[in-house]
Write a protein that binds this ligand. Structure first.
Ligand SMILES: Nc1ncnc2c1ncn2[C@@H]1O[C@H](COP(=O)(O)OP(=O)(O)OP(=O)(O)O)[C@@H](O)[C@H]1O
Ligand SMILES: [Mg+2]
Length: 378
């Protein structure tokens, strides 16, 4: 029968190696032995075992040194240290350095079997976690590939053709048909936007943005974001007001992505607000950061939703009727802000409104004191 597990015992005492081999060997375990640290490390390099026992007190490389070198090679390898009476404090140190457990000498066969079983179970769980992570990663990649190849391109083609067709038929369509076409466009635009969000989360490596960072004028980001959200806000009769401190220092980043963040926040503020309740954007420098805040007096967010809002697909329980979305806007925004070395947070009270605040490090040392007239209303 092929053994299921490989154990390695590293100890300078031959009698310990022999007795451990006798107790643990046979059945589903193969036991390898090494008489010193260097030999043990060589065995690990040749064929990584599932579980390592290492004596702390050995001539040459000590058990602690062996442990450190094992962890440097493979931080997840399960290592149990064997200690003599005199080395209990080293056992504690070994645990701090990542040993799974320790076995004081002298030990009975039953104690050895028990600790080996626990070590192997831990190894199994670690391997299972790695496999699950790998599977998740593959699903993510497959999902991104499917979405982009199977959905994004044909949907983009449908969207374009629909626009061309409705423009060509402008004079021939009845009012009712035009309304239907308008609805079709909205639904397809929403779908394209949804796919764009999914791909942003699953396929785009936001870290790569860093390669093209440049000083970005915050006022330009605010202006572009407002321009993008304004049609929707106007339709809902929600005014957007901005109040930017004069001579805001630039931040180092990617203008398009920072605008995307603000569009998400402003879009939410409008989506989760009521007619005639203005949405306010404020920006000011505070030391070496620029603080951007988007405040609304809309539905607000339940306290228990606050810790999860920035996670993928998280949606709060206070959803006004017809407020669509897939819970990705804030997750994408958080990733973008963090890649800029910044942070994003929220304060909210149900029924009273929410304020989302972004802090971004300025691109250069802060400019000299702003002029005496710091506030400008747009
Ligand atoms: N200004 C706000 N007021 C009240 N609730 C908000 C506000 N902004 C976000 N939320 C809550 O946070 C949740 C997550 O927001 P997020 O922008 O990530 O997703 P979404 O708006 O639901 O969908 P989408 O992916 O289209 O942005 C929302 O579903 C909503 O419950
Ligand atoms: Mg949103």
């Amino acid at each position: 029968m092929q053994p299921d597990h490989t154990l390695l015992i590293i100890d300078d005492e031959e009698v310990v190696l022999d007795s451990c081999t006798q107790v643990l060997g046979g059945g589903d375990c193969r036991v390898l032995t090494a008489g010193n640290g260097a030999e043990g490390l060589q065995r690990i390099d040749e064929s990584p075992p599932d579980l390592v026992f290492v004596d702390l007190k050995m001539p040459g490389l000590s058990g602690l040194e062996v442990l450190e070198r094992i962890r440097a090679r493979d931080p997840l390898m399960v290592v149990i240290v064997i200690t003599g009476y005199a080395t209990v404090s080293s056992a504690v140190e070994a645990m701090k350095k990542g040993a799974f457990d320790f076995l004081p000498k002298p030990f009975t066969p039953e104690e050895l079997r028990l600790i080996a079983r626990r070590g192997l179970e831990h190894h199994r769980l670690v391997q299972q976690t790695i496999a699950l992570r790998r599977e998740k990663e593959m699903l993510r990649e497959n999902f991104a590939a499917i979405v982009s190849h199977e959905l994004k391109s044909p949907l983009g083609a449908i969207q374009q053709n629909l626009y061309v067709l409705t423009a060509d038929l402008e004079d021939k369509l009845s009012e009712e048909q035009k309304t239907l076409c308008g609805r079709l466009k909205i639904r397809i635009d929403d779908l394209v936007k949804l796919i764009h969000s999914w791909l942003r989360v699953f396929a785009v490596d936001i870290n790569k943005l860093k390669d093209t960072f440049q000083p970005v004028a915050v006022a330009a980001v605010v202006a572009k974001a407002i321009e993008s959200v304004e049609p929707h806000a106007t339709r809902k009769a929600i005014p957007i007001e901005s109040s930017l401190a004069a001579s805001l220092p630039p931040v180092l980043g990617d203008e398009g992505s920072l605008t995307e963040v603000l569009v998400n926040l402003l879009g939410n503020a409008v989506k989760y607000s009521f007619p005639d309740h203005p949405v306010r954007v404020r920006a000011e420098a505070q030391g070496t950061v620029v603080v951007l805040a988007v405040a609304d007096t809309g539905v607000g967010i339940a306290r228990e939703d606050l810790p999860h809002l920035f996670q993928d697909f998280a949606r709060g329980q206070t959803q006004p009727e017809g407020a669509g979305g897939c819970g990705l806007g804030l997750a994408i925004s958080r990733r973008i802000v963090e890649v800029h070395g910044g942070s994003i947070g929220v304060e909210s009270e149900p029924g009273k409104g929410s304020t989302f605040t972004i802090r971004l490090p300025v691109a250069a040392p802060p400019a000299p004191q702003p002029s005496p007239n710091p506030e400008r209303k747009a």
